[in-house]
Design a protein around this ligand. Sequence first.
Ligand SMILES: Nc1ncnc2c1ncn2[C@@H]1O[C@H](COP(=O)(O)OP(=O)(O)OP(=O)(O)O)[C@@H](O)[C@H]1O
Ligand SMILES: [Mg+2]
Length: 406
Amino acid sequence: MSDKDVVIEAVGLTKSFKDFWGRPKAKAVNDISFEVKKGEVFGLLGPNGSGKSTTIKMLLGLLYPSRGALQVFGKSPRDVKVKQRIGYLPEETYLYKYLSAHETVDFFGALFQLSREDRKKRTQQLIEMVGLKNAGKRAVGEYSKGMARRVGLAQALINDPDLIILDEPTSGLDPIGCREVKNLIKTLAQRGKTVILSSHLLADVQDVVDRVVVLYGGQIRAQGTIDELLLVENKTKIVTPRMSKETLDRVLKILHEEYSPEQLELSHPKLDLETFFLDVVNRARKEDVHTAGAQAGDFADYLKGAVVEKAQAADEENGEFSALKAEKEVSAKLAEIVAKDDQPPQVEHTVDPKENNFKVEEKLSGLMENPPVAEPSSLEKEKEIIKTQEEDLSKVNDKLKNLLGK
Ligand SMILES: Nc1ncnc2c1ncn2[C@@H]1O[C@H](COP(=O)(O)OP(=O)(O)OP(=O)(O)O)[C@@H](O)[C@H]1O
Ligand SMILES: [Mg+2]
């Protein structure tokens, strides 16, 4: 593999947060080294506070490493050319509540200086892809958490990035949404995109990633491909249709000639990422490895009960069923979008961000001139909400300008 195929190279990466007087407060990331190659889906795992988001923020050039070397596309992550090739879904979706999903995605497209036509075409396709076709014209302030997450995903892809960094992409999504995101990640990787994702949903991670690192207390505790980490090497598993007793007896007779009964087991070995992850974390705890993050305590006794387990089992059953159904739908949808790629745009309604700011101003002055019949206190509240929204928007703008290095 040539150097140009290495998308991210981190060597001895360290980040310490200092307090007001410059004294070290927390070592969020402590001397980690890893490499991510083109077309790879790379998972960052670890318990709360283990350094995942801090690592991601360094990859985005939003935080300076305290020590170590970091290169993205062979350059500093703070290089504007590098930033233009990255799509980022932050841990929390910050959206301007009065814009619709269409307007939001279009607005981000404008920040990337895409032409109006490109923005229209891409926005329509993205909104459809993330499953918001029917709600795309509604203000995102009315959206549920999962719907807002979907807008965030669409926004992260508007610049057709080569590297997509997703911090907890499935948080807040229902099982179907999770499945859709997983399919989307796989499709992106098949198209040569590199994807980095952090998640606590290990089953989701296991389904899509090629390689993972497991962080604990800011350090890498395990790293490798899913096969390397999870393969049970000294055992063989043969899967057959359900055997009749006679066939089973015959097979066991042959096996007994070679192996002792203790060496054979009929229930096949099964190790999932969840077991592996908990094992890594438990070992780190036993070794008393320092972490500035959270450590789970025991579940409160009074909350334990069969009802909870039953509900979980039912959820799992439903989730699996709906997810399977959804997988087919999503694949069909993705194929449709790919096929549509060259068709002319059909979006009729996009709004210039400037126009929208004007709308807010208009609304504010309208409110001040003609106060609604409502109580003065509720008018005050409304003004405050609008003010907060404007502040939110300006924060998002600042962040994006920072991201784009402008
Ligand atoms: N701006 C900051 N100032 C001080 N400490 C910080 C800051 N950001 C993160 N930390 C600390 O760094 C450590 C790692 O935090 P980080 O957000 O990277 O964890 P994480 O793995 O993303 O956790 P989570 O799963 O909860 O999102 C934590 O101890 C956290 O308190
Ligand atoms: Mg985080």
